[in-house]
Ligand binder design. Structure first.
Ligand SMILES: NC(=O)c1ccc[n+]([C@@H]2O[C@H](COP(=O)([O-])OP(=O)(O)OC[C@H]3O[C@@H](n4cnc5c(N)ncnc54)[C@H](OP(=O)(O)O)[C@@H]3O)[C@@H](O)[C@H]2O)c1
Length: 187
């Protein structure tokens, strides 16, 4: 993908990259950004193949370093905003938790965030942009059977705080959202 900064009314559009925006909260954030005039790149494990103006959907499993690396090699343009949204919930008691569910939680919620940020921070630096990391208040308000989810979100919060310190000298803001359970509005 070559640099493709679209113009609206003579102004260069801002570009946002979101993980997991084919459904759920990510889809909502994507739509708000599109309505606000952003060009949006979605890194989606499941592609919806929807045709929306200024929306580029790329198939990407963020839990795979190779997959993220391959995509990042194709995108060298500036990115004004990264939203780390993709996440999974695997709930079970520790003794009953399947190893695969634990590893999938770590690989998606924590490693996936690292892979995307590791590969795309240079793009954000070009724009002096912003990074938003979607966390969960479960990092603080823990619950039974939540070890995989709560611990990966707590680790994500730590990662966000370190990243904020690293990037403030580059005029990049890093925000961690500690959100609680939300209800989808009926359309
Ligand atoms: N819902 C809540 O009340 C709530 C509360 C606190 C925090 N959060 C956080 O908000 C974020 C979004 O939650 P949600 O409720 O919208 O979840 P959701 O409806 O389950 O959607 C999750 C999104 O992440 C994507 N995803 C999962 N694994 C992926 C991978 N390996 N590679 C790429 N994309 C992947 C999913 O894609 P597929 O369609 O392919 O599965 C989907 O698009 C999560 O980080 C979650 O922890 C949600």
């Amino acid at each position: 993908m070559s640099p493709n900064w679209l113009m609206i009314g003579g102004k260069i559009m801002k570009t946002a990259l979101i993980t997991g925006c084919n459904r759920g909260l990510g889809e909502g954030i994507r739509n708000v950004l599109l309505e606000s005039g952003y060009r949006v790149i979605g890194l989606n494990r499941t592609v919806s193949n929807c045709k929306i103006d200024n929306y580029l959907e790329i198939k990407c499993d963020i839990s795979s370093y190779k997959n993220v690396e391959k995509i990042s090699n194709q995108i060298d343009e500036k990115i004004d905003l990264i939203v780390i949204n993709a996440g999974i919930r695997r709930f079970n008691k520790m003794e009953n938790m399947k190893k695969e569910d634990w590893e999938a939680s770590v690989n998606t919620n924590l490693n996936g965030a690292f892979y995307v940020l590791n590969k795309f921070i240079e793009n954000v630096k070009k724009a002096k942009g912003d990074i938003v990391i979607v966390g969960s208040h479960s990092e603080k308000y823990t619950f039974e059977e939540g070890s995989a989810y709560c611990s990966t979100k707590l680790a994500l919060k730590g990662m966000a705080e370190c990243l904020r310190e690293e990037l403030r000298y580059d005029d990049i803001r890093v925000m961690y959202l500690s959100i609680r359970k939300y209800k989808k509005q009926r359309s």
